[in-house]
Design a protein around this ligand. Structure first.
Ligand code: PFF
Length: 444
């Protein structure tokens, strides 16, 4: 079967960055940072991204490009008649789970576009904006409606195919998102008391680093970089044979991290200025931002553009999630792309409904003291992704081996890569050990 390829070098970076940059950076990153001690979390997060992010991403790209397969097919090709393809299935399951709750928040971005166009935040104080956010969750059907619209949009783009679908949208709009974040950061930093937020974000209090902070940072890093579940194996399989995998992984990691840090600089100074607690979770983003727009010249227009771009960022991420499930159904179960897309979308919706409804204040949809939404988030980011990433690096380091790895990252010896030995050492020893240690301390 012929596979689509990305049209250009920028195409694959844009598509992988499109998958990486999303609600994870702008919504989930500030939530996790706020709940895990601010600066200390940022420091651990940056260390993890730098030391583990690039090697794990590279490992996924290598598996994908070497085999030209989806994650399950890739493991089957590289290690036939073994248990390894199970991790491919784990990735498909994880994509499915993430899609189910991610689409809830993605749906909110659509509701907020409508609110922004209707100028509904104008002149409102924080209390009213907060009340309306809670009230919105309580209208369960509205959340479900927007979630369904978002999943439909995703399915539409996925059905159109990889190269045209993904590449076209992310190339222009992601840089625009960075630009608007910079403008918002400037506004946020010039609000009264902004420095308190800056201190919270950049001043690490080392006493706050606990096992739970470590596992949260690890989970957030993997979630944000779309790693540990095979999305990047699938993307790797679309990368051309003469592209440089290492620089691609580095560019994607750096752009993703830049957006997350920028989002932090937008949110925290403003949150402290308005008196929003850093532990406010979802409200941290969805209440702080409208308040910033209210204090800005041209706030009306900026608000609309921002939520449109946020929706697009979320879309390029949900596309990659659904693509994993669809690629599996098409390539392993021999389904037509059309039916695979329909089935995957309906499946995500079926589980996603419960994620959305579980956020109603009187909802009984709870598991182990957490809302169903939060348990899907916890289970995927803090358990499945670290486990997946652990086995991916183990596979590349110990099963695939040095020769195959070197061949693939140097494009069969045509590229010079002086750090390849160090990278392989990290993949073989440092990364599995670090992931295992963090995982164990996180749950002790
Ligand atoms: N990385 C995306 C974000 O930060 O919003 C979320 C995501 C997409 C996670 C795809 C995992 C994934 F496979």
């Amino acid at each position: 079967m012929s596979r689509d390829g990305f049209g250009s070098k920028l195409g694959i970076i844009a598509a992988a960055a499109g998958s990486a940059v999303g609600l994870g950076n702008i919504y989930r990153f500030p939530c996790e940072l706020g709940n895990n001690g601010g600066g200390a979390f940022l420091l651990v997060y940056l260390l993890i991204v730098l030391c583990l992010g690039v090697p794990v991403m590279l490992s996924e790209f290598v598996i994908g490009r070497r085999t030209q397969q989806n994650p399950i097919g890739a493991f089957k090709t590289l290690k036939p008649k073994s248990a390894w393809p199970l991790f491919g299935y784990l990735g498909v399951a994880c994509a499915f789970i993430i899609m189910a709750f991610y689409s809830t928040v993605a749906g909110w971005t659509l509701e907020y576009i409508v609110k922004a166009v209707g100028n509904e935040f104008h002149g409102k104080d924080l209390e009213t904006i907060e009340k309306e956010f809670v009230a919105f969750h309580d209208i369960g059907w509205k959340n479900v409606f927007w979630q369904a619209v978002f999943i439909f949009l995703t399915a539409f783009v996925v059905f159109k195919g990889v190269a045209e679908g993904i590449e076209k949208y992310s190339k222009i709009l992601m840089p625009l998102l960075v630009l608007i974040l910079i403008v918002l950061a400037i506004r946020s930093l010039t609000l009264p008391n902004a420095m308190e937020g800056v201190t919270f974000l950049f001043h690490p209090d080392f006493s706050k680093i606990t096992g739970s902070v470590l596992i949260s940072a690890l989970g957030q890093a993997f979630f944000s970089l779309s790693m540990g579940m095979g999305v990047l194996i699938t993307y790797g399989s679309y990368i051309k044979k003469n592209d440089n995998l290492a620089t691609t992984a580095l560019s994607v990691t750096l752009s993703d991290t830049l957006v997350a840090v920028l989002a932090g600089i937008v949110i925290f100074p403003a949150a402290f200025s308005f008196g929003i607690r850093p532990t406010a979770g979802m409200g941290l983003v969805f209440n702080t931002l409208p308040m910033i727009f209210n204090q800005m010249t041209g706030g009306y227009v900026f608000c609309i553009i921002f939520f449109v771009l946020l929706a697009v960022a979320a879309l390029t991420s949900t596309i990659s999630l659904l693509e994993v499930v669809v690629a599996y159904l098409v390539e392993e179960l021999r389904m037509s792309r059309r039916w695979a897309t329909v089935l995957a979308a309906l499946g995500c919706m079926a589980v996603g409904v419960f994620a959305s409804l579980s956020l109603k204040s009187d909802s009984a949809l709870r598991i182990a003291g957490m809302s169903f939404f939060d348990s899907l988030d916890f289970f995927s980011a803090k358990i499945l992704l670290p486990v997946g990433a652990f086995f991916i690096v183990l596979f590349v380091g110990w099963v695939m081996g040095k020769n195959a790895f070197f061949k693939e990252i140097t494009n069969e010896g045509t590229l010079k890569l002086s750090l390849k030995g160090v990278i392989f050492f990290i993949i073989k020893f440092v990364a599995p050990l670090a992931i295992a240690l963090i995982f164990i301390t996180g749950f002790l």
